[in-house]
Design a protein around this ligand. Structure first.
Ligand code: ACM
Ligand code: ZN
Length: 507
């Protein structure tokens, strides 16, 4: 599909003033629930916008829907934004901002068609995950990502901060995590052994984190930190080798993939380390949710480690069905972590691995209050719900914006991979569907190191993501989506955000 830059603005010349009126539009992503147009349009001025709290608005909706529900009335006298909460007013402002013409040239004046917009989200949890550990991105770029999220009415920024390849958050009690763990010697070179010799690093200071958390909050977005454990921890082991089963020495990874060295589940010091880190993390992030990872944790070191084996015996863990004793040891370890987090009044999110594997077998039993992020397959989150968990839908084949497979699709297919995902599977009863908290897109950054290639991967697919998260599923229709997308592309271009509809990706 060639680039769609279709200007949806109507240009009307008014001879007596020589002003050119440029009309805004409510053809936006995510599509609002309802837009009732009426005859005429308003010459827009910021001073003509008033806001009102109206607690009756959204009566009868689910509580989270009411919280974010809003209306926009555009008439002769101006624009009235109404909502039952401040968050709702914020969502109204976000919609108004993008409904206005993306740009005005000298002598042009914005107009808005008379209308009543009434809107609320489908899901309470509408997230985007950015991996800042495989590659570090400066605060300014993270803020730009948050701007893109806000434009699409997302409300959770899942920030992946720790990895085998780098530890990215300052922790006062463990300074080596950033002194040592934030730097790696190089990156793999495709098709070759070893790695290049370009040292890469970077981390967020506590002030950086506070700045990002506050910036996101100003846009109605909560930041969820992820400390990925017990796997994907090589940067921490390189900093503190005593946290591993063998005691090291270890190096911050210069290769991608799933690595065997993980946190030792048997040593008391490991759990204390995790709690200390999380204590500081919870001080920095006021979020309801804390993501504790749990993905891709090989058990080969645990199988040979005297401490892990002793812990297994002490706990009396016995293999049970598909669940090996090492998998139960991971469940136990993560349960200790989630109990700690819950004791601080927060709630854990974990990837689906501790519960369900690639074969869709149930392999463990994380604590029941953990939210399960189903990344492996579309069915992973369904299985989590059937097992009694709250779940988030984020299957890699559809919602990993970094997925190579997705990236080689062109044009429509590229978008449809996201747009056509069924986020209301028929296998779930209405009651079970309520356990699906929402939908999340994820961007892993093994092959993304620059701002442009990051935005290039997000856009325009975030438009499709936002429709899964926010819009009315009964009205989902790809053909009707395309003109809205076209207008969003105009907005992206105006804001200087690179977007693509093709296979070629910049490195
Ligand atoms: C994951 O992609 N390892 C969550
Ligand atoms: Zn061990």
């Amino acid at each position: 599909m060639k680039k769609l830059i279709v200007c949806a603005c109507a240009l009307i010349s008014v001879s007596c003033t020589q002003k050119v009126l440029v009309s805004g539009s409510y053809e936006l992503c995510p599509e609002p629930r309802s837009v009732e147009l009426s005859e005429g349009s308003l010459v827009f001025r910021p001073g003509k916008v008033s806001e009102k709290l109206d607690t009756t608005l959204g009566k009868g909706l689910e509580p989270f829907q009411k919280e974010e529900c809003y209306s926009i009335e555009v008439g002769k006298r101006g624009v009235v934004l109404s909502a039952a909460s401040q968050t709702g007013l914020l969502r109204a402002r976000q919609t108004l901002e993008k409904a206005l013409p993306p740009r005005l040239e000298k002598g042009e004046v914005a107009t808005l068609p008379y209308a009543r917009v009434f809107d609320y989200p489908e899901f309470a949890y509408r997230a985007f995950m950015l991996d800042c550990a495989r590659h570090f991105f400066p605060v300014e770029t993270v803020k730009e990502v948050i701007d893109i999220m806000a434009l699409h009415q997302l409300n959770y920024f899942h920030w992946h901060l720790t990895e085998d390849q780098g530890w990215r958050i300052e922790i006062s009690k463990y300074p080596r995590l950033t002194e040592v763990g934030s730097i790696r010697a190089g990156d793999p070179v495709p098709g070759k052994e070893g790695h290049d010799e370009v040292q890469r690093g970077g981390f967020y200071t506590k002030d950086d984190v506070r700045e990002i958390v506050a910036y996101a909050a100003s846009k109605g977005i909560e930041v969820i930190p992820e400390i990925d454990l017990p796997g994907h921890m090589l940067a921490a082991l390189a900093s503190y080798p005593e946290l591993g089963c063998t005691g090291g020495p270890y190096e911050v990874a210069c290769q991608w993939g799933v690595l065997d060295d993980v946190l030792c589940a048997g040593k008391e010091g490991t759990l204390q380390f995790v709690k200390d880190v999380l204590e500081e993390v919870m001080d920095l992030f006021p979020s309801k949710y804390i993501h504790i990872g749990g993905d891709e944790c090989p058990k080969v070191r645990w199988e040979k480690c005297p401490d892990c084996q002793a812990k297994k015996r002490a706990l009396g863990l016995k293999a049970d069905g598909h669940k090996t004793r090492e998998e139960l040891l991971q469940s136990w370890f993560m349960d200790q972590v989630s109990a700690f987090i819950e004791a601080h009044g927060r709630r854990c999110i974990a990837w689906n691995d501790p519960l369900v594997d690639w074969s869709n077998d149930v392999v463990g039993a994380p604590s029941k209050n953990t939210v399960i992020a189903g990344w492996m397959r579309p069915v992973s989150s369904e299985i989590a719900v059937k097992e009694g968990y709250d779940a988030v839908i984020c299957p890699c084949g559809h919602l990993y914006l970094s997925a190579w497979e997705g990236n080689i699709l062109k044009g429509e297919a590229y978008l449809r991979r996201v747009f056509d995902l069924n986020v209301h599977p028929e296998t779930l009863s209405a009651e079970e569907q309520e356990r699906v908290l929402g939908v999340e897109a994820c961007l892993w950054t093994e092959r993304v190191s620059e701002r442009d290639s990051l935005l290039w991967r997000m856009l325009p697919r975030m438009s499709a993501v936002s429709e899964l998260q926010w819009s009315d599923p009964e009205r989902r229709d790809f053909e009707a989506f395309l003109p809205r997308l076209s207008r969003m592309q105009d907005i992206y271009s105006e804001r200087g955000w690179t977007w693509n509809m093709a296979a070629e990706l910049p490195e």
